[in-house]
Design a protein around this ligand. Structure first.
Ligand SMILES: Nc1ncnc2c1ncn2[C@@H]1O[C@H](COP(=O)(O)OP(=O)(O)OP(=O)(O)O)[C@@H](O)[C@H]1O
Ligand SMILES: [Mg+2]
Length: 459
């Protein structure tokens, strides 16, 4: 709830555009109303419209012999002048009338309690009656017997403004209805922007390729271009870093190999048990360092292989047999049994070296973290265009909350007693991603860890 409120108060581009649209609309409306008031007041059209006077004069003259009918007719004309009750709320229809016959007032609008007849005929004048000021214009019949005065409140602008409801009501009624179309239009306008941001959000940390979506909208070009330029720079810097690590690992590998040979030779030749123990320790250290260098090189190679997916047809069964053969000495040493079950001969497309390294790492882990004399099961199944390879062991397994960290570089489960560099599963993850596959961890039936790799079968 709190975060929703916080989100509501956060600056938002959509809200900004929405407010700008509604603000502009209100401004336009007010300007239009202002102009309408100004125009009406300036033109004073109603007072200057001679036919109104002539109609009243003709009625007064023609019915002068029948005062009752004359009065009725004038009252009727007066009502028509004021919009016949329909437009009474509109200030511009507040037109009042007085009619005189032979110097005697024969009709006056009910609102007029004092005569407002102007002295000069045909001219609009200001007349005051009590508290109110009027603009009045008077015309007489040619013989001068009949006189008609029409009057309007002098302060029409003030009346218009005080009739704020009359002017602002349409705006107030429209605004809520405008809100939805304005909001939809803002959402639609921001859609390409959301598409760009969704593409960025979907990216994994190793996907540094330029954005696939290039919106046709001019405003978004600088953003997408700059992101692509930035990705290019990061790609370049990652490549340099990879090259540096690979070069360094490569350079270190040879002296390490030489050291290992020398230490092994020294161990064989020395009769001194104390010195031999020291040399054994050094040998272990050198072996660990060599393993680390080997894993680093493998990781850099699999990362550098990024981009296009390698295209070699690889029979999985043969590949896994090769890995098992390679790791058989290690398994023997631990008394671990390797069991390979393959359902038909699934063929995938990929690069041989990467795939060998992938399965070698998975089976190596299964052997390494199994108890002595344990069983490691490797199974291959084909499932709707996908090859599913599971490697399970009878070791201690891994707590599920750590699954997502297993593929981080140099991550090792705390308290791990077996040696290792923490790079094996990182290599596996990069290789699987490069082959458009998926990697999942779960508990194995025997209580250990089960790693499931799904790879697309070759077409
Ligand atoms: N089958 C397994 N059973 C139990 N724990 C495992 C298993 N496989 C991996 N792990 C845990 O995951 C961690 C990471 O494995 P990873 O293969 O990346 O590194 P490593 O085996 O320690 O070193 P490397 O493979 O580089 O020699 C290991 O340290 C281990 O704690
Ligand atoms: Mg490992």
């Amino acid at each position: 709830m709190k975060t929703r409120w916080r989100r509501l108060w956060q600056p938002s581009l959509a809200r900004r555009m929405l407010l700008a649209q509604l603000g502009l609309l209100s401004l336009l409306w007010l300007a239009l109303c202002g102009y309408a008031i100004y125009d009406t007041v300036r033109q004073n059209e109603d007072l200057g419209f001679d036919q109104r006077y002539e109609l009243a004069l003709a009625a007064a003259r023609n019915l002068s012999g029948d005062p009752a009918r004359q009065r009725d007719m004038l009252q009727h004309i007066d009502r028509i002048n004021r919009g016949d009750g329909v437009q009474e709320a509109n200030p511009s229809w507040q037109l009042l009338m007085e009619v005189w016959q032979d110097g005697r007032m024969v009709y006056a609008s009910p609102e007029l309690n004092q005569p407002i007849r102007g002295a000069r005929l045909g001219v609009t004048q200001q007349v005051q009656t009590g508290q109110r000021k009027w603009l009045a214009r008077t015309l007489a019949s040619p013989d001068g017997r009949f006189v008609v005065t029409l009057a309007q409140p002098a302060d029409l602008t003030g009346i218009y403004l005080s009739h704020s409801g009359f002017l602002l009501l349409p705006l107030l009624v429209c605004l809520p209805f405008m809100l939805l179309p304005a909001w939809i239009s803002v959402r639609l306008a921001l859609r390409p922007w959301r598409r760009v941001s969704a593409e960025i959000a979907e990216r994994g940390p190793h996907d540094l390729a330029p954005l696939d979506y290039r919106p046709p909208h001019r405003e978004l070009h600088p953003l997408v271009d700059n992101i692509n330029r930035l990705l290019g720079r990061v790609r370049e810097s990652a490549r340099r870093e990879r090259d540096f690590i690979a070069d360094a690992a490569h350079e270190i590998r040879t002296p390490l190999a030489a050291m290992q040979v020398n230490i092994e030779a020294a161990i064989q030749r020395t009769p001194d048990t104390h010195l031999r123990a020291l040399l054994d320790g050094s040998l272990l250290g050198v072996q660990r360092a060599s393993h680390l260098v080997h894993q680093l090189l493998a990781l850099m190679r699999s990362e550098a292989g990024g981009g296009a997916r390698p295209q070699h047809s690889l029979p999985l069964h043969t590949l896994l047999q090769e890995c098992c053969a390679m790791l058989a000495p290690l398994a023997c040493q631990r008394g671990v049994e390797l069991e390979l079950q393959a359902d038909g001969d699934a063929i995938i497309s990929g690069d041989t070296e990467g795939m060998l390294s992938l399965f070698e790492n998975l089976i190596n882990n299964a052997i390494k973290y199994s108890p002595d004399g344990g069983l490691v099961r490797i199974a291959v199944q084909s499932d709707g265009g996908q090859a599913v390879i599971t490697v399970s062991d009878e070791g201690p397994g891994v707590a599920p909350e750590l699954y997502e960290r297993l593929c981080e570089r140099f991550f090792r489960v705390p308290g791990q007693r077996q040696g290792g560099s923490g790079l094996g599963l990182a290599i596996v993850a990069v290789t699987v991603a490069r082959h458009e596959g998926r990697l999942r961890f779960g508990p194995a039936n025997g209580g250990g860890l089960q790693v499931t790799t799904t790879l697309p079968l070759a077409a």
